[in-house]
Design a protein around this ligand. Structure first.
Ligand SMILES: Cc1cc2nc3c(=O)[nH]c(=O)nc-3n(C[C@H](O)[C@H](O)[C@H](O)COP(=O)(O)OP(=O)(O)OC[C@H]3O[C@@H](n4cnc5c(N)ncnc54)[C@H](O)[C@@H]3O)c2cc1C
Length: 369
């Protein structure tokens, strides 16, 4: 089911089958001057069906929101074989319960999505990038708040901590200083005239927050250079050993506390815990570098992961910002849900899938066959 069935330029709508890869949709609509904002870092291989099932996010969420903000309607095969349609092609639709939203993020546990109607936007004209280099992570958070309160809503606000910077620099020289606590990459996009002003505001906000250095890209090639180190994180961390990537989210004001908690947990369990993420959304990816063949170390990793989830929840956040619960986090889910809300979720699962045939055991252990 890999076909793009329709792209309607006038209605800003596309209809796709669930096996269409995110990148293929993005490229197809871009040829028509349109734009599909959801951009998980896995966009080159992740499918729209998977994006819907996980309610995937990505770096552009601060400005554009997540997958659910771009899904207007669905065709879904239910557990009993009936095929239903939810939502439609209109932006506004409040006829009855919002079943479209119920299926989005349900991780394939309530039905199989077989068609997706997505909302598109006109393609923005241009993009500009500013990099801020900070001695303290708190300064980077301050810079992001200054940008947002100045009236500029950035496209992306990506942060990498000192451990990530050291890891990427040890692979290749991306021109990043290895002795800093945080690097911030802020992109703005829109009309070129507006971007000149907006990038200036972003650069000033970084300086006012105490940046040691601010770099501004003058063209796309320079922007790509600034982004090269950020894009290299995943591969660089893989070279440090095995890695367990987490995906917590906290209110933006709590980011410095969360990073400190992750570092303290890393020290407690004697683990390297590099952190990067989408700071504007409060979404951080703390990684636990480990050796999967070492049972004693993996025990420490499990304990550390549990304490990271607890810290996120204590700080008012969630144990999963964009990757979902799946099998790996279901033991921790109770911490993050109100008990009655959890019970109602299980009732929904039983209603849609009484014989427990749809992804049994995902999200909730109780539903495992
Ligand atoms: C390197 C890397 C980077 C990533 N970066 C991000 C990121 O930035 N943001 C983010 O949100 N996620 C990210 N992810 C996680 C993942 O890629 C996303 O959740 C993505 O949306 C999953 O799509 P997929 O096609 O890979 O789905 P799969 O992994 O194949 O499936 C995911 C789940 O969805 C269910 N499912 C798939 N299709 C359907 C369907 N048609 N109907 C019902 N259920 C279905 C599956 O049963 C499974 O439970 C990343 C993953 C990797 C490996």
């Amino acid at each position: 089911m890999r076909q793009i069935l329709e792209i309607n330029v006038d209605e800003l709508v596309a209809v796709v089958q669930p096996g269409v890869v995110n990148m293929d949709l993005q490229e197809a609509v871009a040829e028509l001057g349109l734009f599909f904002p959801p951009d998980p870092a896995s966009w080159y291989m992740a499918t729209l069906g998977g994006n819907v099932a996980e309610n995937a996010g990505g770096p552009r969420c601060l400005k554009y929101g997540v997958t659910k903000d771009y899904v207007l309607g669905l065709e879904v095969v239910l557990a009993d074989g009936q095929i239903i349609r939810t939502g439609g092609r209109t932006i506004k639709n409040v006829a009855g319960y919002d079943l479209t939203s119920l299926f989005i993020g349900s991780e394939g546990t309530l039905g199989v999505v077989t068609e997706i109607i997505v909302k598109l936007l006109p393609k923005p004209a241009a993009r500009a990038t500013v990099m801020g280099v900070f001695d303290e992570i708190d300064q980077a958070c301050d810079a992001v708040n200054r940008v947002i309160t100045s009236g500029v809503l950035p496209l992306t606000t990506e942060i990498m901590d000192g451990d990530c910077i050291k890891a990427v620099q040890s692979q290749t020289d991306y021109g990043l200083p290895s002795d800093v606590d945080a690097i911030l990459l802020i992109d703005v996009e829109g009309w070129p005239e507006a971007l000149t002003r907006e990038s200036k505001i972003v650069a000033e906000a970084c300086q006012q927050a105490g940046a040691r250095e601010v770099r501004q890209a003058r063209d796309e090639a320079e922007a790509d250079k600034l982004w090269a180190g950020r894009r290299a994180i995943s591969a660089a961390l893989s070279n440090l050993g095995d890695k367990l990537g987490e995906d917590i989210a906290v209110p933006r004001s709590k980011i410095p506390d969360m990073v400190r908690r992750v570092r303290a947990i890393g020290q407690k369990y004697n683990l390297l815990t590099p952190v990067f993420g989408h700071i504007g959304d409060g979404n951080l990816h703390p990684y636990l570098i480990c050796d999967r063949t070492n049972p004693e170390m993996m025990e420490r990793v499990r304990s550390a992961a549990g304490e990271i989830f607890t810290a996120a929840i204590e700080l008012g956040g969630t144990l999963s910002g964009e990757h979902g619960i799946g099998l790996a986090k279901r033991d921790y889910l109770s911490q993050g849900l109100h008990p009655v809300a959890r019970e109602r979720m299980l009732s929904i699962k039983r209603l849609f899938d009484p014989n427990n045939i749809l992804n049994p055991g995902k999200i909730f252990e109780e539903t495992a066959s």
